[in-house]
Ligand binder design. Structure first.
Ligand SMILES: Nc1nc2c(c(=O)[nH]1)N[C@@H](CN(C=O)c1ccc(C(=O)N[C@@H](CCC(=O)O)C(=O)O)cc1)CN2
Length: 298
């Protein structure tokens, strides 16, 4: 049984860094125990500074897990044909179990065309239509799931357990990478799910009914105290760079943390909440892809 704290209790701050680190430890232990060498190829096109950091961190995590880690740094002028040729060669490389193309891609490249060229069983981002379809139809065990929603669900499970029957969940945002797969995952766990977005009238009123709120819309501080039912579990997927009072840049989420935390039973901070879970889940997906290759029915 999961006991939800009353609104007068202190909120539980869901520490994504610590949870991610524990998950990575588990992946490394499994790799050692099973004698596997999962191979992860990460492709970076261009020189976007944030993408460079994410890709470097993915490589470091992969090495820490005992994976074969390969990074492909391509110039911003790379053609779609060249990128597709690289994907094709990675698809047929037996040492590589996971392929990830870091987004966003430069304008001359059709990101969807590239993602759909990745072999579905190596699609560790979970963005290929086959994996999207598996998730949407509830065939979850066969799918590779997108890393950010998978990480957010893991944090929700820490508070509420795996079965969300009877819980009302509101997902704010309808992106293909987070909002839609998040809604499908919550539905697969038996939650009653509503997706709200920029064209939804009275979003605060709808959100106030939710036991679980996942904000993934990219609007700094959108979710304020009057959007939240006391005792709700609040997951903030937003990563927005804004100017702080000292004139320096800082990172904030889609949730006004100071206003919402006193009402929530549990809440993720930004930074240090869902963000670190994204990379941990990428390691988990790569291990899953490697295990499926070594034992196709698992
Ligand atoms: N192919 C993909 N591209 C992108 C994805 C993705 O899942 N697959 N997601 C994002 C970027 N991303 C991983 O790639 C990512 C974003 C943020 C974090 C993270 O740990 N954030 C930290 C703060 C980091 C900072 O200071 O900038 C946090 O929230 O604590 C990890 C991974 C877009 N592209």
């Amino acid at each position: 049984m999961t006991i939800a704290p009353s609104s007068s209790d202190k909120p539980r701050i869901l520490d994504g860094k610590r949870t991610a680190s524990a998950l990575v430890d588990e992946v490394r232990e499994t790799v050692e125990r099973e004698g596997l060498t999962p191979g992860l190829a990460v492709v970076l096109v261009g020189d976007d500074p944030a993408s460079q950091v994410y890709v470097r961190n993915k490589g470091r995590r992969a090495e820490a897990c005992g994976f074969l880690s390969r990074q492909y740094d391509l110039p911003a002028t790379t053609t779609q044909a060249d990128l597709l040729a690289l994907i094709e060669s990675l698809n047929s490389d037996p040492d590589i179990h996971g392929i990830l193309v870091q987004l966003p891609l430069p304008a001359q490249i059709d990101a969807d065309r590239v993602i759909q060229a990745i072999a579905p069983d190596k699609d560790v981002d979970g963005f290929h239509y086959l994996n999207v379809g598996r998730l949407a139809t509830g065939t979850i065990d066969a799918a590779l799931l997108p890393c950010t929603p998978k990480g957010a669900l893991h944090l929700i499970e820490q508070v509420l357990g795996a079965d969300l029957s009877g819980k009302r969940a509101v997902v704010i945002g309808r992106s293909n990478i987070v909002g839609k797969p998040m809604a499908s995952l919550l539905l697969a766990r038996n939650a009653t799910v509503t997706v709200i977005h920029s064209r939804t009238p009275s979003p605060a009123e709808i959100c106030r009914q939710a036991d679980i709120v996942v904000a993934a819309v990219g609007v700094p501080g959108l979710v304020t105290g009057d959007w939240i039912k006391p005792g709700a579990v609040v997951i903030d997927v937003g990563i927005n760079r804004v100017e702080g009072e000292d004139g320096k840049g800082k990172l904030v989420g889609d949730v006004d943390f100071d206003a919402v935390a006193p009402l929530a039973s549990a809440i993720t901070p930004v930074p240090g909440g869902v963000g670190p879970m994204t990379i941990a889940m990428l390691m988990h997906n790569t291990l899953q892809a490697a295990r499926r290759r070594s034992a196709p029915s698992s």
